[in-house]
Write a protein that binds this ligand. Structure first.
Ligand code: FMN
Length: 331
């Protein structure tokens, strides 16, 4: 299998999510799973070249393995941004060929690049020439009126010829006209079988399936056909599922991390971050779903969110205490 000495490195990952998987979120997810691969939000190559790369790219050493996702379509800019990302210590550079937001459309990057496999191949070649870490691509099965049976294979073959060995495939089309980014994550139908045919026909490539996978049971089922599974919304909205990943996906013998212990570690992190100028709600907003479906979930969510910018640094201790306090006896 492809991926150099890193077979299995893509077995389970948390998807890149703008406004979601920032460094605070990734630190939190890492406490729940030591093994999952984590992805940054998409960062536009030009922003790294022209903006404050230190602010955009810094991350905590605990986050490894962590991949930097880039947006762009200019090979030189992507090559340079990839080089900077490697220098910051990222384990992988991933190119976004899947995101259909307006911002992405106007900049000719994201999902519309499914229509120009040759340009993506040039981008991948430039990034590979600039770094030694793996360069990977996250794509759709097609866009607009493309026939996915044709577009997915043509795209993957062109980009693989430029040396990309790992593809994360969001198993639905993006419709670039008429659907919002959110609708584009829900309305075009999922076609896992097509992605499985890609894996069957191109066995040397590492193929990670993404889209609509909501539980660890579902992830395990997909692993019979794919090299890896990437989960986005379910991991963000219900992060406690990540606590099962090391044991159930990777077969680690250690018991799952206790949620209360994770909260206490995050509390120390929130306080440390606050001393360095990060408002606590920038961190705890990623933790709202931690008790999803469990007793006290509403209380937890309310306590973490109701004070907004005024959220105090000890909010997690307070919320944990309130969750474990016995309910008052009826009068
Ligand atoms: C809020 C949000 C932001 C996203 N931002 C990105 C992004 O920056 N880059 C990207 O490739 N995909 C992005 N996506 C798409 C996800 O990575 C993923 O492909 C998609 O949500 C399907 O997986 P899921 O059904 O497990 O959520 C985003 C999705 C959501 C919900």
């Amino acid at each position: 299998m492809a991926g150099g000495g890193q077979v299995g490195a893509w077995r389970f990952s948390v998807a890149p999510m703008m406004d979601g998987t920032d460094r605070h979120c990734r630190f939190f997810h890492r406490l729940l799973t030591r093994r999952a691969r984590l992805y940054t939000e998409m960062i536009v190559a030009d922003a790294i070249l022209r903006g404050d790369a230190g602010r955009l790219l810094r991350f905590h050493p605990a986050e490894h393995p962590v991949a930097l996702q880039l947006g762009g379509s200019d090979p030189d800019a992507l090559g340079e941004a990839a080089r900077i990302g490697e220098a910051f210590g990222y384990d992988e550079i991933n190119l976004n060929v899947g995101c259909p937001s307006d911002r992405v459309l106007s900049g000719t990057f994201g999902a519309c690049l499914m229509k120009t496999p040759g340009l993506v191949a040039d981008c991948v070649a430039a990034m590979r020439a600039a770094v030694r870490i793996p360069v990977t691509v996250k794509c759709r099965i097609g866009v607009d009126d493309q026939d996915p049976d044709q577009s997915l294979f043509a795209f993957v073959d062109a980009v693989a010829a430029a040396g990309c060995e790992v593809f994360v495939v969001h198993a639905r089309k993006a419709w670039l006209q008429g659907l919002s980014p959110r609708e584009n994550r829900e309305i075009p139908p999922l076609d896992y079988d097509l992605v499985a045919r890609l894996k069957g026909a191109r066995p040397a490539l590492t193929i990670v399936v993404n889209g609509g996978i909501a539980t660890i049971d579902a992830a395990i089922a997909h692993l019979h056909r794919f090299d890896g599974v990437m989960i986005g919304r379910a991991a963000y909205g219900e992060p406690a599922i990540l606590a099962e990943v090391d044991r159930r996906i990777f077969g680690d013998p250690a018991p799952d991390p206790a949620i209360g212990a994770v909260v206490r570690e995050m509390s120390a992190y929130v306080r440390r971050s606050a001393r360095q100028g990060t408002p606590p709600h920038h961190v705890v907003r990623h933790m709202l779903g931690l008790y999803h479906g469990k007793p006290g979930a509403r209380l937890w969510r309310r306590m973490l969110s109701e004070q907004g910018a005024a959220t105090p640094p000890d909010i997690l201790d307070r919320a944990l205490e309130a969750m474990t306090r016995p309910a008052p006896a009826p009068a």
